[in-house]
Ligand binder design. Structure first.
Ligand code: MSP
Length: 640
């Protein structure tokens, strides 16, 4: 019996929409899950969103939405993205789900009753970006290593989890289970962190500072620290404590995360589980970062890559292949579109695509689309044995996939593709077809090649399910089978004699880098008269607070012939702005107009008058037109 297989992604913060970094981790889990299903395991994939905490409240404010509206919107973006990339989760958890909240409360109470949570005053260095306290050792030049900002000194009473109590136990368990955290470098990182005394973990935030969280069951003046809440998702999703899913899958839990969140997963989470009397997860698999021009792809650096753009430009399978082939799991990788194009052209179009059309082309030509009879007794005179090589590649592939060495697994399949191409060259079926006495040999050669393609299609399925299905359809295999088990892939031959196969298609057309990477040149004049500003993402745009406002008073400013002083109504308050449009507008022309104002511009004094915001207008040397809203809308409404 194959063990069940439970795999999780981190639950992503909803302070930004999904990008390629999140996509990579989630595709890894999908690939691993599909592979384990091929081994015959019952599988369960969990992903979701992390929705509480200060970060989210701030992002909601910046977007002019309530936390609830905001988290619903962004969480939906994550939930909608995964199926687009052929990732299907068994459950999409949100930390605002009532069932999750109930489990967090239950675990808090359990650990509190056990005496592992205590109340104390604490003064420490707090990074608001990370939403946690730092000790001096963790800072780089006195700054948070992730945000590059100095933490603030905060003094307050809070609840603490006695993490220090489990330090020795954690060291022992990591030593007894050397593969609990993989690859090894990350296990070593955790062990080296544990060489210093572990501090207790502050697990509460006073409601005076933050309300958007789960209220502590033993003190309603506090909400739960977002990490203590979030980590519990991995068991609340399975219906801890009594759910059948929990019982079946928890002993086989594999968490996949990037190195940024090694500490919460490598230290907080196992000690929390231990304190609550729950077994520790089986494996923590840690990968590196996707970097763009040597910096980590992240929202704060503004260098994020949009997965939907990639899908639409290159296809889902090509992107999944690129991500799995290019990154060595555990190490950082550089992302660039030219690297994607190289992979598509060389690995997919050239190696795989050519082999597929070459073999099927010969098959249709020499056999009139009907599979010949495979006769294992026919001697192979060519000293190349695709069947024996298939055995080897299947074993290498399985070992690599078990170890999350996706690049190796794919490399071994491509090595086999190389062998198949060589087999075609050496056996030269076009020569056999000319000889009268070589019919049986030609049958065997073509059958071997069809079988080899079948093996390739079976092995690429976890990474490229669509391509595997297309190949299998053209090899005459059952179109309703989602995948073949490893044991079935090993069976050779499988494609029945006399089956009529449909004509082949091109799997991956070559991509001309010029058409994608070169920006389209517009007409000369439009380029020169309309300089294009650098592109910004929605996140940058969302920092701009544009509001509808009504002009309720307007006047000239003495001694300032270009300026008008406007009193504007913003719904819940009025304010003064100064606009440099006096040459174009008389004050009374503006009265009552519903204008657009940049409301979060830093205040500035112009000719002694403080301006709090800026009106929007299209301005040229000799002309100006103030932007007005064409329909009735309450003053203060945000423009998005
Ligand atoms: N909400 C926490 C996780 C709680 S899990 C109980 C969180 N969220 S996050 O939105 O910041 O996601 C971090 C994860 O996104 C990383 O661990 C990784 O899986 C993925 N990635 C984000 N940026 C990435 C790269 N540039 N490269 C690779 N993976 C990246 O942390």
């Amino acid at each position: 019996m194959t063990d069940p297989f439970y795999i999780t992604t981190p639950i992503y913060y909803v302070n930004a929409k999904p990008h390629l970094g999140h996509t990579y981790t989630t595709i890894v889990t999908d690939v691993a899950r599909r592979f384990h299903a091929m081994k015959g395991a019952e599988t369960y994939l969990l992903t979701g969103t992390d929705e509480h905490g200060d970060k989210i409240v701030k992002a909601a404010e910046q977007n002019g939405q309530s936390p609830r509206e905001y988290v619903d919107r962004i969480s939906q973006m994550f939930a909608d993205l995964w199926p687009e990339l052929n990732i299907s989760s068994d459950h999409f958890i949100r930390t605002t789900d009532a069932s999750h909240i109930a489990v967090v409360i239950d675990i808090l109470q359990k650990i509190y009753d056990k005496g592992d949570i205590y109340y104390s005053e604490y003064e420490g260095l707090y990074c608001f970006g990370c939403e946690r306290f730092f000790n001096e050792r963790e800072l780089v030049d006195g700054k948070c290593p992730d945000h590059g900002t100095p933490p603030e000194v905060i003094k307050e009473s809070n609840y603490f989890f006695k993490m220090s109590r489990y330090q020795q136990w954690l060291i022992d368990t990591l030593k007894e289970n050397p593969d609990r955290i993989r690859p090894e470098r990350y296990r070593n990182e955790v062990l080296s962190f544990l060489k210093e005394p572990l501090e207790d973990l502050c697990i509460s935030r006073p409601k005076s500072r933050l309300q958007w969280g789960i209220t502590l069951p033993f003190d309603d003046r506090y909400v739960t620290y977002v990490w203590f809440d979030a980590l519990i998702n991995y068991i609340s999703a399975l219906g801890y404590p009594d759910g059948a899913l929990f019982k079946k899958f928890w002993p086989h839990a594999h968490h996949v995360v990037a190195k940024d969140i090694l500490k919460p997963h490598g230290i907080y989470w196992p000690t929390m589980l231990k304190a609550a009397g729950i077994d520790v997860y089986k494996h923590l698999m840690v990968h590196g970062y996707w970097n763009v021009e040597d910096s980590k792809m992240s929202k704060s650096l503004g260098n994020v890559v949009d997965p939907i753009y990639l899908k639409e430009t290159y296809s889902t399978d090509a992107i999944r292949y690129f991500l799995m082939r290019e990154m060595v799991f555990g190490l950082d990788s550089g992302f660039s579109e030219s690297a994607i194009i190289n992979r598509i052209n060389s690995d997919l179009a050239n190696d795989l695509g050519n082999l597929f059309s070459r073999v099927l082309g010969m098959f249709h030509k020499y056999f009139k689309s009907t599979v010949p009879h495979y006769d294992p007794a026919v001697q192979n005179d060519f000293q190349l044995d695709l069947r024996a090589d298939a055995e080897t590649v299947i074993s290498d592939y399985c070992t690599a996939m078990e170890n999350f060495e996706f690049h190796k697994a794919l490399a071994s399949v491509w090595e086999y593709i190389g062998k198949m191409n060589k087999y075609v060259d050496v056996t030269a079926p076009w020569e056999l077809a000319k000889k009268k006495d070589a019919k049986k040999q030609l049958d065997t050669v073509i059958c071997n090649l069809l079988e080899g393609l079948r093996v390739v299609s079976g092995l690429i399925y976890p990474v490229m399910p669509e391509t595997a299905a297309t190949m299998q359809k053209h090899l005459g295999m059952d179109p309703d089978r989602p995948f073949y088990r490893i044991a079935e892939i090993r069976e050779w031959p499988q494609i029945p004699a006399n089956r009529v196969l449909p004509k082949a298609v091109s799997l991956f057309p070559r991509i001309d880098p010029e058409t994608i990477l070169k920006p389209e040149a517009g007409p000369e004049e439009s380029v020169s008269t309309l300089p294009v500003e650098p592109e910004i993402g929605f996140d940058d745009f969302s920092k701009i607070d544009l509001r509808a406002a009504t002009v309720i008073h307007a006047e000239n400013i003495p001694k300032a012939d270009k300026l008008l002083r406007l009193e504007i109504d913003l719904g819940d308050h009025t304010r003064t702005i100064v606009a440099g449009i006096a040459k174009f507008y008389r004050p009374e022309e503006l009265l009552g107009k519903r204008i657009v104002v940049l409301a979060n511009l830093k205040p500035a004094k112009l000719m002694g008058v403080e301006s709090r915001g800026m009106l929007l207008a299209a301005v040229e040397k000799d002309a100006c037109s103030v932007a007005v809203l064409d329909r009735d809308i309450p003053a203060g409404t945000r423009l998005k």
